[in-house]
Design a protein around this ligand. Structure first.
Ligand SMILES: Cc1ncc(C[n+]2csc(CCOP(=O)(O)OP(=O)(O)O)c2C)c(N)n1
Ligand code: SF4
Length: 324
């Protein structure tokens, strides 16, 4: 198939290079200190005006939109929580046809799916996978607040081990709350999609890195996946002024690692000289307050193993879901 003209986005060196124009404008109804809202603002600045964003159902649709009113200053459409990848595929395919037939004179818009962890790696997984398998020129962003937040902070496959949610309340029989360790979302996509050449993880605590990774993903012709760590004060139960502190502490303890996977090669960013104990990250969040020393030790063992080779599969002490 003939290549259609696409946009080339420039990398930025520092915060002074960030686009001053707002594409995600104030006046929406997300919680104070909402990490995913900040993530939307940054990804919008990365993609710019000539973009089409897809919003699968979740906080970033429901809390942002009311009748005839959204904060998105570019083309934006809601899609179902299940089908972000499918709707984005259709839009990209349609633009390809229009451009090839000369009916649309511009370049291919930057097409971005902004899905929560539920809409990306759980309930929306098959459509995301199909989009990547077919090789559509779309950036799939997973803003990860580690829960199905919009429906009351229910557990998702990204909820960490030991996380308290409305579906994983700690109690006598299950004192740790969530028993399982999370899915490895980048691995899942890297593992089975030959058309996928760019995957990255980023954090709202490191905005320049986040913007550049989204731009790089958009510059790649074909699908790209960016996994964003987005603390959620309502679900993780910390003070809303601490969102960036929590995001940075995740990196400083090894709970989260920023990396890129490009054509099979890994590169790592913001690796501290020595990692702080993961307890430091957990203690500021009430969702972990119920954990006993043995649970924290288990979490630390998981993180210690993970930081040896971030982004690569590791053997983790996972209990089977039916294990007593
Ligand atoms: C097929 C289907 N199942 C369930 C729902 C209910 N639902 C709406 S939003 C939501 C949570 C979405 O979670 P996530 O994708 O992680 O985004 P977040 O709310 O955390 O931003 C759920 C379960 C739905 N809208 N459609
Ligand atoms: S529940 Fe979390 S993700 Fe949803 S609007 Fe509030 S802070 Fe943001």
């Amino acid at each position: 198939m003939a290549q259609v003209p696409t946009q080339e986005l420039e990398m930025i060196k520092n915060l002074r290079g960030v686009d001053q124009k707002e594409y995600y404008v104030p006046g929406h109804r997300t919680c104070a200190g909402c990490g995913p809202a900040l993530c939307y603002k940054l990804v919008s600045k990365a993609a710019g005006q000539d973009s089409i964003f897809l919003g699968p159902t979740g906080c970033m649709y429901v809390a942002n939109c009311s009748y005839m009113c959204t904060p998105f200053a570019y083309a934006w459409t809601h899609c179902q929580i299940t089908n972000g990848g499918a709707v984005a595929s259709g839009i990209e395919a349609a633009y390809n046809v229009l451009i090839r037939k000369g009916k649309y004179k511009g370049k291919l818009p930057n097409i971005v799916v902004m899905a929560g962890d539920g809409g990306a790696i759980d309930i929306g997984l098959q459509a995301a996978s199909a989009m990547m398998y077919r090789g559509h020129d779309v950036l799939f962003v997973m803003y990860d607040n580690e829960s199905y937040a919009n429906t009351g902070i229910q557990t998702s496959p990204m909820t960490p081990y030991g996380g308290k949610t409305t579906f994983t309340p700690p109690g006598k029989n299950v004192p740790e709350g969530k028993k399982l360790f999370p899915k490895d979302a980048p691995q899942l996509f890297i593992g089975g999609h030959p058309a996928l050449h760019y995957v990255a993880t980023a954090s709202i605590g490191y905005p320049v890195d986040l913007i550049n990774k989204c731009r790089k993903g958009l510059n790649y012709k074909g699908p790209a996946f960016v996994h964003l760590h987005c603390p959620c004060p309502k679900g993780w139960l910390y003070d809303c002024k601490d969102t960036i502190r929590v995001a940075k502490m995740a990196v400083e303890t090894g709970f989260w690692t920023n990396y890129e996977w490009e054509n099979g090669e890994y590169t790592y960013q913001h690796i501290p000289k020595t990692y702080k104990p993961v307890k430091e990250y957990m203690k500021g969040q009430e969702r972990f307050n119920h954990l006993q020393e043995e649970h924290i030790a288990k979490m630390q063992a998981f993180i210690t193993a993970k930081v040896k080779a971030p982004g690569k599969p590791i053997e983790i002490p996972v209990l089977g879901p039916r294990e007593a």
